[in-house]
Design a protein around this ligand. Structure first.
Ligand code: GDP
Ligand code: IMO
Ligand code: MG
Length: 422
């Protein structure tokens, strides 16, 4: 079964954990968008792994992991990540990891350009991860980006980097940010590229061969639907299509290859970075932070936390074509007396069950809540759905009803084993 794993909220839903769990029965795990702005946490056999560019299937032996054409790859960051994950005892080889020769390259100055954009935006800043993601995708769309394959043609790559460095330096100097010499950018990029060279290939025929051979393909989404450049809370979004469609344009596998879409959401909502968040709740944020939970895997920033928002989830299920829900972090609500679910927004007295596009809408959206009883029991040791407290089952059933999608997985703890399959 070829399955897309996609985030239904503002990222950090627990996609890494679900991908890792499903990799056991998959053959190939593929990333199709985003870059090292992603931070996917997997806890397996007592060890915690945080993955940024490496697909979460990398922790399993004998599985192929592909970084597809739609991903923006920071070669220096990827080398550091490979070293870190290898130091944790995971073997990474060109048989196990393939990088698309069509993937765009994040260059050192893209990160500074990211910082410059944020400074220019002032109090309207996006709160990016400062990994250079937006500027790299902007260069891609502006047709002045550098692809992995271009690095094979060194004179061409050097000319492109030299031209872009001088253009970028003009912008950076306006903001008193460090400027670059083209020679340093070229040297640093090539040191990393030479290390990555054995992994770089035309991944499209490899993926098609696997598809035709009826191998199980698992597409690992990064970020979440509300961060999607088209469907998210624009402009407070990332710069790629994070929704299921990004899995095809970002890999070269066609829509007809996809057989199911698992939408991952938390049992509550979190968001890191700026932008609207109607169900944000200070009490719940403080409660979860005091438990040591909900700090960003990439930047360490505390995530804002709030009640489950079914307006967003309903929309996310629609645009992704979700066939099953994976609800994680159910255990995060174990001690709460009463739980709120936002079922609609009230805007100027009108009820909205889907988010409209108008950005002014968000400031006026008042959540309409339904309150459900909490279960006040430890769920972390539950081994099956039927072992969950009845009130937890009722909460999940209501969530499923509001989104019109069946529950497929439930997370009751961060460990690989704390995943219940329905
Ligand atoms: P991703 O970016 O979607 O892969 O999610 P992150 O790894 O950034 O954030 C999810 C956080 O929740 C991580 O700290 C995970 O270890 C943790 N997590 C995932 N599923 C569960 C769960 O069911 N229960 C608990 N307690 N933690 C979970
Ligand atoms: P995973 O894959 C949560 C957010 C940033 C910021 C906005 C734009 O771990 O779910 P960017 O650096 O992409 O230009 O930042 O998107 N963001 C994420 N938030 N999880 C992520 O990835 C994110 N990747 C980007 O905080 O608000
Ligand atoms: Mg994350």
């Amino acid at each position: 079964m070829n399955t897309v794993i996609t985030g239904l909220q503002w990222g950090d839903e627990g996609k890494g954990k679900i991908v890792d769990y499903l990799t056991e029965s998959a053959d190939v795990v593929i990333r199709g968008q985003g870059g090292n702005n992603a931070g996917h946490t997997v806890i397996a056999n007592g060890t915690k792994y945080v993955l940024h560019l490496l697909p979460s299937g990398i922790l399993w032996d004998d599985k192929i992991n592909v970084i597809g054409n739609g991903v923006v790859v920071d070669p220096i960051g990827l080398c550091i990540e490979i070293d870190r994950i290898e130091a944790q005892g995971v073997k990474i080889s060109p048989e196990k990891l393939l990088i698309s020769d069509r993937a765009h390259v994040v260059l050192p100055f893209h990160k500074e350009l990211d910082a410059a954009r944020e400074i220019a935006l002032g109090d309207q800043k996006i709160g990016t991860t400062k990994r250079g993601i937006g500027p790299t995708y902007a260069d891609k769309v502006n047709r002045c980006g550098l692809r992995m394959a271009d690095l094979l043609d060194r004179p061409f790559a050097e000319a492109l980097i030299t031209r872009r460095t001088s253009e970028v330096n003009e912008i950076l100097s306006k903001y008193d940010l460090p400027t670059f010499t083209a020679a340093a950018v070229i040297a640093d990029t090539y040191i990393a590229f030479e290390r990555l060279r054995p992994y770089i290939t035309n991944t499209i025929p490899v993926l098609h061969k696997a598809w035709k051979a009826k191998k199980n393909l698992l597409f690992e989404g990064a970020q979440g639907t509300l961060l999607d450049i088209d469907f998210g809370t624009y402009p407070f979004v990332t710069s790629s299509n994070t929704t299921a469609g990004g899995s095809t344009t970002g890999t070269g596998l066609p829509p007809t290859a996809i057989e199911s879409v698992i939408g991952v959401c938390k049992a509550y909502t979190t968001r890191v970075g700026s932008g609207p968040f109607p169900t944000c709740d200070e009490g719940l944020s403080e409660y979860l932070h005091n438990l040591g939970r909900e700090f960003g895997a990439t930047t360490g920033r505390p995530r804002g936390c709030g009640w489950l928002d079914s307006v967003l989830l309903r929309f996310a299920c629609m645009v992704n074509g979700v066939t099953g829900l994976a609800v994680t972090n159910v255990d995060g609500l174990d001690e709460y007396d009463h739980l709120k679910i936002c079922v609609a927004y009230d805007i100027d007295g009108i009820r909205h069950e889907l988010p409209p596009a108008d950005r002014n809408f968000w400031n006026r959206a008042k959540p309409i809540y339904e309150t459900l009883p909490g279960w006040k029991q430890d769920t972390t040791k539950c081994l099956s759905y039927s072992e969950l407290p009845k009130d937890a089952q009722a909460y999940l059933a209501r969530l499923s009803e509001l989104c019109d999608a069946p529950i497929a997985f439930v997370g009751v703890g961060p460990d690989r084993k704390q995943t219940l399959r329905l």
